[in-house]
Ligand binder design. Sequence first.
Ligand code: AMP
Length: 184
Amino acid sequence: MRLVLVGPPGAGKGTQAERMAERLGVPHISTGDLFRANLRDETELGRAAKRYMDAGDLVPDEVTVGMVRDRLDDEDTAKGFILDGFPRNAAQAGSLGGILADKGLQLDAVVQFEVDDEVVVQRLLGRGRSDDNEDTIRNRQRVYRDETAPLLRYYSDQLVTVDAVGEVGEITDRVFSALHARSA
Ligand code: AMP
């Protein structure tokens, strides 16, 4: 299964991606996690990404796409993958299409996590990550609305929408039901 997860910051994509990856036996590829690992290790990539992450802005596409391209070359993606937090704008979606086309592959589905903005701010403020202050959160929401949400239309043929408010396990069940319903 090759899946992309899309949803506003704090929609619980990361948690669901972990659970889905485990169930499907494919890697969970979170660009946010990859960037945070690079920050922690003080790599050049981490240094290039830091100020954008601190502000809640998108890291430039060439940096992000290069990182994803490398990750998708790893052998563990042969059985599939769950992309969490990428693509986040039209250019990245185009690049992903190109990367997959070069490998003769396609996405199986794009899963949209639907959740209200206010629910999400409360959740994020409770999470305590360094980019989880209210200004940064509001900026990340704006970036999502302006740059990422338009992808939902771009992916309309592959789109599976899930209500992301509720108990964690229940939401995972919804995701798999929706995916099965789609492939049935
Ligand atoms: P996340 O953990 O997905 O919320 O990502 C945290 C931060 O990493 C974002 O606010 C961006 O600064 C950066 N980031 C993650 N994914 C991407 C992406 N696909 N394109 C650009 N920046 C990204």
